[in-house]
Design a protein around this ligand. Sequence first.
Ligand code: NA7
Length: 540
Amino acid sequence: MSSDGVDLNGAEPSVHDVVVVGAGFAGMYMLHKLRGLGFDVAVVERASGVGGTWYWNRYPGARCDVESMQYSYSFDPELEQEWEWSERYSGQPEILRYANHVADRYDLRRDIRFETTVTQVDWDDADNQWRLQTDRGTYLARFMVMATGCLSTANVPHFDGAETFEGPTYHTGRWPHEGVDFSGLSVGVIGTGSSAIQAIPVIADECLELTVFQRTPNYSVPARNEPLDASDQADWKANYRERRARMLTQQAAMVQRLPDGEDLAKEASATEFDERMQERWDVGGFTFYRAYSDIGLDAESNGRVAEFVRGKIAGIVDDPETAAKLTPHNTIACKRPCLDTNYYETFNLSHVHLVDVSETPIDRISAAGVVVDGQEYPVDALVYATGFDAMTGTLLRMNVTGREGARLADHWDAGPRTYLGLGVAGFPNMFTVSGPGSPSVLTNMIPSIEQHVDWIARCLVDLRERGAATIEPEADAEAYWVDYVNAVANLTLFPTCNSWYLGANIPGKTRVFMPLPGFPPYVEICEDVASDNYRGFALA
Ligand code: NA7
C-alpha cells in the first residue's frame, strides 16, 4: 500500500461511507438499514454466499436451538408474514434458504463483495478514516462495522501426527458444501459440545462404526423437534408484534413455551420439583433451564437440576459404564446449554463407542486413527467438533490498528475491552455487532443483532446531523464497562466452568467472561446512553 491510498497492484481503493465486515444476519441487516438511510455501504465477506454461521456450519444435524418463529428478523412485517417455517427448530439448510431469500428480496448482493478476506485494518488519524486491506483490494471508509460473528473462527486443536492421517478430516464449522457420505465408514468424532451433540446421532445413523472422543461430558436436554403445526405458525403470525415486544423483555430475548419459574429450586419439595422438571423435560427446549429463578445463580439449586439430568442419563443409557462416562458433574448451564434429539440414546447402539480422554488425552493422530493411552482407535474419517476461538478470534485475526497505530491485539491482551460491546477506546468509528461485553451468545442472536444494528444506525444518523466526524468510547467508560460485565457475571454461576464464554477452550487465551448476562437491562442502558448525548463516547 502506498501512502496515497493506491493499492500496491495499482488498483484504486474502493471508497464508501461505511464498510461492513461479514454478510451473516448482522451484516445483511446493517447493509439494508444503512442503505435505507442514504449511506453508501460496502460489505466484504470471505464466503461465497450470505448466511455467516449458517453458511459454514453444514455438519449433519446442524439446527438452531432457538425456535423458528423467534429466530428470524422482525424489521419487516411483510417478510415475517411471507416466510413459512417447516419445523419447530429450523435445520441449517432452511435457515440458509431464509438468508438467501432475504438477500434476494432486498437486493443486497450488489453491495457485497464475496470471497474477500480482510488481511489488515488501519485507522488513518490524518484522514479520519479506516483503511481495510483485503486479498482482493483496498477499501476506505469513515465508519467500519464488524459484523463478524461470535463463533466464526474454528478451533482446530493441535494433535501430533494429525498431518499423517490418511483419511479425510472435517471441522463442523467448515463443513464441505457438497456434503459428506459416511456410509460404510468408521468415523471418529472429537468433542462433545453442542455441535457434536447434534451431529453424533445423525452420523451414527449413517456410518458403519462411530467412535466418540470425549474430554468433558455435557448436560443435554431434549429439543423435542417436530414439524411446525400450521395453527401455531398462524398464531405467531397473527400476534407477531406483541410477541416480538415480549421477546425483548426476556433475559435471553426469546419467549419460552412455559412461564419462567419465579420461586427457588432449593425450596421446592421433592415431589413438586420432580413434577416441574419432568414437565419441562417433556416440553423440550430451553424452558427447562427457566424452571426456577435461581438455577443460574445458586449452587444448591443448580445442583438439584444437574442431579435430575444425571438421573435421566442413567435411565436412558443401558451400559452403566458408558452412562457414568457420559455423566457430567460440573455446574449445569454454565457452559452453553445443549439441546438434542436422541443424543444419549445413540450410545445404546452397538456400533457407537465412547472413549474418555479426560484423564489420558489424545496422544496423537496416526495414519489410521486416533491414539489414546497407547491404544489406536482405527477410523476412516475424522470429525473435529472442537468449537471456535469465540468472540475475539475473528476480530484479532484481522490485524486491526487504531489511533497512533495501537494494535487491538495489545489493547485486548488481558481480555477484550469494549464499551457496551459496541465500541473500543482508541478505535474511532469502529462498531462491533454483538461484540464481547454485550449479551450476544447468551441470547437469541437475531433480536440481539437487530438491537445493535438499530443502535449503530441511529448513531450514524445523529453524527451526520451534527456534522461529527468521529465517535469513540472514552477510556473511563470502557474501564467502567469491563468492570460492570465482570461484576454481573460474578453474580452468576457462569464463571465456575471452563467454557468458551471465558476463553478457556483456547490454550493461552486470557480467561475473562466475555458476554454480558441479561438482555433487557442492557437494551435500556444502550437507549439511555444514546439519549444522553452518547454518554461515555467522545464525539469530534
Ligand atoms: P464447543 O462447545 O466449544 O465444544 C467443543 C468440544 O470439543 C468440547 O467437547 C471440547 O471439550 C472438545 N475439545 C476441544 N479441544 C479438545 C481436545 N484437544 N481434545 C479433546 N476434546 C477437545 O463447540 P461447539 O461447536 O460444539 O459449539 C459451539 C457453539 O456453536 C455452540 O455453543 C452453539 O452456540 C453453536 P471440553 O469441553 O473443552 O473439554
